[in-house]
Design a protein around this ligand. Structure first.
Ligand SMILES: [Zn+2]
Length: 419
């Protein structure tokens, strides 16, 4: 491990908090709730605000065809791949102001602090604002980073529709992005390394009074849409023998998923049925059809797949025994991410030098870093959030927590940019 750069970042946390609050005012709903759906009017204004701050810091700002935004601090050797940092500024309906934005504005503050110290990076340092980390509009998360990594092709992206039936082509053009989507994918090695600062979105750091979480693994969901077709009929007239009740079959499957997820005996395996729609949903009618979704996550892809295999076996058994038709459609199955040991070592050295407490932990939520990991080594740095609350207007991270994160991020960027 290289020695720590001789710098003691003096953060302007006041400035950063003012900027976070200003960004939070750009919302489709009444503050303090934040709603910024990709390519909506608030999203476009928020992009302009952040780009303005980046330009004011002397960074070179560029955008790709899907709106991923890059703000580059040129290093002394521009031929080297840059160190990337960043996150997202889109927000689900009725969200808070820290998810994603702490990683974007905190990344900018880390760069500004290094600039003020007179630090000159050898590698460029590049702040990235990813388009549509949240799946609100198109039903698929991490749209921008997914396309950058080549994990969603332009053809697949063009087929996406929002609830009103509008496509990506129309919506991105409205937001000012019209270049060919073929240009969005970047080669492996586009970033030398990538770090994402983010709120934990869980309760552990606050509960344990720890400043920072160094994320070693990011769990990934495999999700499916499942349609069960049984036979409906009058709740009185249809006698129990020979019933093909779609909801009774769904109930068995929900319990089968729970049991499969528990059977690994590992705390990192989780399985959830989050949607279960019953047709015709009448008190005196046998359910004829059920639509449900499954979400299975783990930090170990093989173990996650074994849970899915057990669940598939249950589907076949229930379908046969109950005489119902069960169709499954895979929504996504991204691989879990193992974070880069070299970045983690730099984060650890930086946290120690900064006198901050930290623990290694797993991210159970999904982030842009998961997608970036297929084109560059990644790691994430978590700060606490009050009560573990996120995706709500009362989401909160204290200036002190944010300050610790930005301080260690700045030191780490300085370390990595020297190599
Ligand atoms: Zn986020």
């Amino acid at each position: 491990m290289a020695t720590q750069p001789k710098l003691t970042p003096k953060l302007s946390i006041d400035r950063l908090v003012v900027e976070l609050m200003a960004l939070a005012q750009i919302t489709e709903v009444e503050p303090p709730a934040v709603t910024r759906v990709v390519f909506g009017e608030a999203d476009v204004r928020a992009r302009a605000y952040v780009k303005g701050l980046c330009a004011a810091a002397g960074l070179t700002v560029s955008e790709d065809a899907v709106g991923n935004t890059f703000a580059r601090w040129q290093g002394s050797d521009p031929t080297l791949a840059p160190i990337g940092t960043g996150s997202h500024i889109d927000a689900i309906p009725n969200a808070g102001l820290y998810d994603g934005c702490v990683g974007v504005l905190g990344g900018l503050e880390a760069i500004r602090v290094l600039q003020q110290l007179g630090f000159k990076p050898r590698r460029s340092i590049e702040l990235v604002i990813f388009t549509a980390e949240e799946p609100t509009r198109f039903g698929i998360g991490c749209l921008g980073s997914r396309m950058m990594a080549g994990l969603l092709t332009p053809v697949q992206a063009l087929a996406l529709r929002d609830k009103e039936g509008r496509g990506l082509e129309e919506l991105r053009a409205q937001a000012g992005f019209s270049e060919s989507l073929d240009s969005v994918q970047v080669p492996s090695g586009r970033f030398h390394q990538f770090i994402e600062l983010h709120i934990e979105q869980g309760p552990f750091l606050e509960q344990e009074g720890i400043d920072l979480g160094l994320v070693t693994h990011i769990a990934a969901p495999a999700s499916q849409r499942i349609v069960i077709e049984g036979e409906g009929g009058h709740a009185g007239g249809r006698l129990m023998p020979g019933r093909k009740d779609a909801l009774a079959a769904a109930a068995e499957l929900i319990l089968a998923l729970e049991s499969a997820a528990k059977s690994t005996g590992v705390i990192d395996t989780v399985g959830t049925v989050g949607i279960c729609e019953v047709f015709p949903s009448a008190v005196n009618s046998v359910p004829s059809r059920v639509l449900m979704t499954t979400d299975v996550r783990d930090i170990d892809g093989t173990r996650r797949d074994s849970v899915l295999a057990e669940f598939v076996a249950a589907i076949q058994e229930v379908s046969k025994r109950r005489g119902v038709k069960i169709a499954t459609e895979l929504i996504n199955a991204d691989p879990p991410t193992t974070c880069d040991p070299a970045i983690l070592a730099a984060l650890e050295a930086s946290a120690t030098a900064a006198g901050k407490s930290f623990k290694k932990m797993v991210s159970r939520a999904y982030h842009d870093s998961s997608l970036v990991s297929s084109i560059a080594p990644v790691a994430m740095l978590f700060i606490p959030c009050r009560g573990g609350v996120s995706h709500r207007p009362d989401e909160y991270a204290s200036p002190q927590w944010i300050g610790s994160g930005v301080h260690v991020l700045a030191r780490t960027l300085a370390l990595l940019a020297e190599k």
